[in-house]
Design a protein around this ligand. Sequence first.
Ligand code: CTP
Ligand code: MG
Length: 419
Amino acid sequence: MFSVQEIHQTAIIVVAAGSGTRLGYGIPKALVPLGGRTLLEHALDRIQLAGCAAQVIAVLPENDEGLADHAAHHPLHPHIVMGGATRTDSVRAGLGALGPDIQRVLIHDAARALTPPETFREVTAALLAGAHAVIPVLPVIDTIKSVTTDPGALQPHVTGTPARQNLRAVQTPQGFDAPILLAAHRAAAHWDQDRAEAVTDDAMLMEMIGERVDTVPGTAQGLKITTAPDLALAESMLSASTPKASLMTQQESGASAPLIPRTGIGIDVHAVADPSEPREMWLAGLRFPDDQGLSGHSDGDAVAHAACDALFSAAGIGDLGTHFGTDRPEYAGASGTTLLREAARLVRAAGFEIGNVAVQFVGRRPKFADRRLEADAVLSEAAGAPITVTATTSDGLGYEGSGTGITAYATALVYSPRH
Ligand code: CTP
Ligand code: MG
């Protein structure tokens, strides 16, 4: 498990803007189905299970609504950017979308759709231990020769045989210190065409600016799906894989060990604003036009705020102050549903799925019964998971009874699909 700060400072860029010419499906490769899900979705599933990055950027082909739709509906809600003509251009487009807090970035090929979550975690852990560049590698099985083709010759001839024990085949995700990788890309932008075209991956760029590149073990599942036989191999790996590698829970798969979900609790109290300061009343994602609003620097939506805290509590990743505090000015004054949407995204980025959230508020106003189903729908849409809201009064007792304030209590249940 990574800390909240470590997750916040890590981004993953998934490059998926290639056309998949060698696979020959006539559609972008990342859109090709494998066991009922697209290659892009498989890659995003495993990134979600890894739980190491708060920012996920999907680099997609221009004008491809199908892939954009799959990405937008994935629970990770990746940031979508348009790719370029070459893989390097697409990586650059992704780097342009990195958030200001990002210290580490992993670059991953959607074509390596089955790379397991453990590889993402190992690369991230190596960066956290101080590496500037880390790549997953596998020993080479074949003997490799270097060749050259003489003018007029039909076939090349061999010029050398590098020692096989020193050779490694390289996979993704490749992890980097973000500021150093950005500097390397800026330097490469001024290189002449020959030198720039010789760069086939980001690790090579780091080597060219004199940075040491470390390795972690790669896996057979990390194969790059390039041709039709690769896709068939991936298909057989997927069907042979244990439920551990899929999003299925143990209960669904019938495995014997119990799945232990995690519960969380959140409480929020807001005072009703003084009548001298008219304010809109927002509660449970809805506006109540007949009521004076709640005080607070946001919309005061105590129900949404309690739901966020319950989610953070269940995932063990801090609370509202950790994620939306004064050091995140972009959330000052944000609506309850905006905060809830982001809270759900962060919980998923930490490797959890949301079971449900239940909220009850205590207050004399607003009159809620007629709008309960509407509130459930609005909040559930924001979280991408079932949220139910109930209301009660306090029999006239206390601040809730006098109508000077509202309390909201929430519980949440999350589970880790990787168990
Ligand atoms: N890629 C990209 N933008 C490009 C080219 C490639 O984002 N302009 C991505 C691909 O989507 C893939 C990864 O880089 O995830 C590795 O590229 P490759 O396996 O060559 O995929 P394609 O370029 O799609 O395949 P092909 O070369 O057969 O057309
Ligand atoms: Mg290609």
